[in-house]
Unconditional design. Structure first.
Length: 114
């Protein structure tokens, strides 16, 4: 996922990989907090020479896009980029759609709260 984020943001250097990886993990966590359920993970390790190694298992395109949008928005905010607000709004819409989509939450599916 790190490679996809860097390509989307037109970043060619590796200097900020750890920061970008943290933004990606935060995006996945934000979806979980919102009630979006998945068995897929967004995770990274630091290699022996300091490189960031992507160990993510995320393959669902809707989840992947939401996490990438969250990370891009966070990066734009961090660097005071002009697209920060638009990306944040796009992520919030994606998150809202996932929260209301069948198969992405377990609201009421286990019989609790009925």
């Amino acid at each position: 996922m790190l490679k996809e984020l860097k390509n989307a943001m037109r970043i060619t250097i590796d200097h900020h990989d750890a920061l970008l990886a943290n933004f990606l993990m935060a995006g996945a966590d934000d979806l979980k907090i919102a009630g979006v359920v998945t068995t897929e993970t967004v995770s990274f390790t630091i290699g022996s020479s300091g490189e960031v190694v992507d160990t993510s298992t995320m393959t669902d395109p809707k989840l992947t896009q939401a996490v990438l949008t969250y990370a891009a928005a966070a990066a734009e905010r961090f660097w005071n980029g002009p697209s920060a607000e638009k990306l944040h709004d796009a992520y919030e819409e994606q998150k809202c759609q996932l929260m209301h989509a069948t198969g992405y939450t377990n609201y009421g599916e286990d019989g609790d709260g009925e």
